[in-house]
Design a binder for this molecule. Structure first.
Ligand code: NAD
Ligand code: ZN
Length: 363
């Protein structure tokens, strides 16, 4: 499968399928990277033993000058310290403005390596090689960032990749919890834009075990198409791109409040989507035919309520610090109906009441 991702500032190819990593050398040549170009692979210590040698060998055989940098696996690597260490390694390897960074891994590697690429010598090129289901979302659209203890993705840039090379054979080693995490973003894409895809998901993906082969590929393809269509319309998030934040206002607050990595990104977003639906029902004064969304989510093993340890006033504070908030007013993406969302400003006391109700009813 091939797509062209288009934004206001750039067009780039996305290749998706089993074994597409093989096209990397010819892709690089088409990006005018002659043999001898320095390539800096960033990956993590889970992905490295699985796929680094294969990718390195492929590139070395095409006579590229290949370096690799391995970060610890997990959300904690999206930190200023790891960002700085990666820049140091890039300088020590002598990367120059023609060098290309290759992000081989999930969203953490993609976000960190992409932010290094965005800022190294004021910006060099990079290629996304996603290895998780979640990365169907993170590898497309050019948002790159690291976390700050005070908030998720607070330090970052818009920097589009030169290409996305999504070899689905790499997904076979993905643990179930990570498959679940990525599936949350697939569900998000369906909920915000595509009623038919939502119906398909409910009919075809009964359990996580259904996420393989053609069905998994279809989820990735649909997710990417929805993400790409939103980004095409609004690269820098002045409008509809904010819809992609559905479930993320509470989701990000939870990740930051519980400590990065306590919940996977998708688990936090799943709870956040249920809360967004809960708020939508109150805000619009209607109840969804899909009221049983929580049961559907629980069937995949998602958490469907707030952890009992979290304090709702603290969550509200984190939500007010979200990048989408203006002047401390929380702006949440609400679901009017499946496939139809809008951004709504909410008052603190309403939100706190709803957070408390949501916490009490247990999802
Ligand atoms: P991740 O990169 O941490 O990967 C999840 C885990 O799976 C890690 O432990 C990793 O080592 C392991 N792993 C990766 N590929 C594997 C494979 N093929 N086989 C076995 N194990 C493998 O996390 P993620 O879930 O891919 O991404 C989450 C991050 O993405 C979050 O930081 C989130 O904020 C970010 N994100 C960014 C955007 C964006 O637009 N930039 C969008 C959505 C999410
Ligand atoms: Zn997300």
């Amino acid at each position: 499968i091939e797509r062209t991702i288009e934004t206001a500032t750039k067009r780039y190819p996305l290749l998706l399928g089993d074994g597409v990593a093989r096209v990397l050398p010819s892709l690089l040549r088409s990006l005018s990277c002659p043999p001898g170009t320095k390539l800096f692979i960033v990956t993590d210590d889970t992905v490295a033993p699985l796929y680094l040698d294969e990718v390195r060998a492929l590139l070395a055989a095409a006579e590229y000058d290949v370096y690799a940098y391995v970060i610890p696996s997990g959300e904690a690597a999206k930190s200023f310290d790891h960002y700085y260490a990666c820049q140091t390694a890039a300088l020590q390897c002598g990367l120059d403005r023609r060098s290309v960074i290759i992000a081989l891994g999930g969203g953490v590697v993609g976000d960190l390596a992409g932010f290094v690429a965005a800022t190294y010598m004021r910006g060099i090129r990079y290629i996304q090689m996603p290895t998780t289901l979640l990365a169907h979302d993170s590898a497309v659209g050019g948002k790159v960032a690291i976390n700050h203890p005070l908030g998720k993705n607070m330090i970052g840039a818009f920097h589009q990749p030169e290409a996305v090379v999504y070899d689905t054979s790499f997904l076979r080693t993905l643990p179930e919890r990570e498959l679940r995490s990525g599936f949350a973003e697939v569900i998000k894409h369906a909920l915000i834009r595509d009623r038919r895809f939502y119906d398909w998901l409910r009919a075809e993906i009964k359990t996580l075990a259904d996420l393989q082969g053609g069905k998994l590929a279809y989820c990735i393809e649909k997710g990417i198409d929805i993400k790409a269509s939103v980004v095409r319309e609004d690269e820098k998030e002045t409008g509809v791109r904010a819809h992609l934040n559905f479930g993320h206002t509470l989701g990000h607050a939870l990740e930051s409040e519980l400590g990065y990595g306590a919940l996977t990104h998708g688990e936090a977003v799943a709870v956040g989507m249920l809360f967004a639906v809960f708020v939508s029902e109150r805000f619009y004064g209607r109840s969804f035919a899909e009221h049983r969304l929580a049961d559907w989510f629980a069937g995949y093993g998602f958490p469907v309520s707030l952890p009992t340890t979290v304090q709702t006033p603290r969550l509200l504070e984190k939500m007010k610090g979200d990048k989408k908030a203006y002047a401390g007013t929380v702006r949440m993406v609400l679901l009017f109906e499946i496939g139809d969302v809008e951004v709504v400003e909410l008052e603190d006391d309403n939100l706190l009441t709803w957070l408390d109700e949501f916490a009490r009813q247990g999802g």
